[in-house]
Design a protein around this ligand. Structure first.
Ligand SMILES: C[S@@+](CC[C@H](N)C(=O)[O-])C[C@H]1O[C@@H](n2cnc3c(N)ncnc32)[C@H](O)[C@@H]1O
Length: 262
């Protein structure tokens, strides 16, 4: 999603969680203040860069897999952030050229970049919204103009559920799963650290992120609470996901999967 020299002119005095993540992913939509915060996070947990890259590789590969095996041509990138290319649209359109994608984030910094870089063109949209308000988002003009909810769609939560408490995350996944047509899918993944102190340490550097260290059982419950049939049999450590890429240093893992609505 990022392109060289395209960082905008707003909000460059404080680190922004999405721009810090962009820095960790090797992108260019970030400022010195974001790079300093990113380096502080890497001091706390040197494996974070690899984790961020592996996490993104999972999301992109899961989108392509869902497009290919489920025939889904509509994607909602919920908490889209500012990940460098390939984007969700790149992954979906590599399978079906006419795939439609709506990018959603609650961070105005993200939306200003996404509108300029990623969401221009037919079949693409960007909506500034809190994804926890499912009804408001699903009736928003910017979404309805691009996504036909009468047809199967895929809700993508690449790390976004880590910014909510467990009950909110369950209610949010359930909201989308039940509102979408049969045959729809949910992709969800969260980083998990065995070190219980990591949440406070991340909050000390980036309090705006609201990041939570969900347990593996909690992440599994995001699918089961919505009655989603998880593909590949399990919600898994994404290192086991086909094509996800490099080895990730323990004790951090990314747990995720694809759930299908029957
Ligand atoms: C960890 S980043 C992940 C970005 C991207 N999905 C990726 O794969 O790299 C989480 C993103 O979710 C957004 N976010 C968190 N909570 C949200 C909410 N309730 N509504 C909308 N966006 C949210 C944040 O602003 C941030 O951009």
């Amino acid at each position: 999603m990022s392109r060289p020299g395209q960082a905008g002119s707003i909000g460059d005095s404080q680190p922004d969680p999405a721009r810090v993540a962009n820095y960790l992913l090797g992108g260019t939509v970030n400022y010195p203040v974001d790079r300093i915060a990113g380096e502080e996070l890497l001091d706390l947990y040197p494996g974070l860069q690899l984790l961020a890259r592996q996490h993104r590789a999972f999301t992109v590969s899961a989108v392509a897999w869902t497009a290919r095996t489920q025939g889904i041509r509509q994607f909602l990138d919920l908490g889209c952030g500012l990940a460098p290319a390939p984007s969700v649209a790149d992954a979906a359109r590599a399978v079906n050229r006419d795939s439609a994608v709506v990018y959603v984030d609650k961070d105005p910094v993200v939306l200003s970049h996404v509108r300029a870089l990623e969401a221009a063109g037919p079949g693409l949209g960007a909506v500034l919204a809190d994804v926890r308000d499912v009804a408001a988002l699903l009736t928003a003009d910017g979404l309805r103009e691009v996504i036909n909810l009468g047809e199967p769609a895929c809700a993508v939560f690449g790390g976004t559920l880590s910014c909510m408490d467990v009950d909110e995350a369950r209610a949010t996944v359930r909201g989308y799963a039940w509102a979408m047509a049969p045959g729809s899918a949910v992709i969800a993944s969260c980083a998990h650290f065995d070190d219980a102190t990591v949440t406070e340490r991340i909050a000390a550097v980036l309090p705006q992120s609201g990041w939570r260290n969900h347990s593996r059982a909690d992440i599994e419950s995001f699918f089961s609470c919505a009655g989603l049939q998880v593909t590949q049999g399990v919600v898994t450590d994404v290192r086991h996901w086909p094509l996800a890429g490099a080895e990730l240093a323990q004790p951090a893992i990314v747990v995720g999967g694809v759930g299908i609505r029957g």
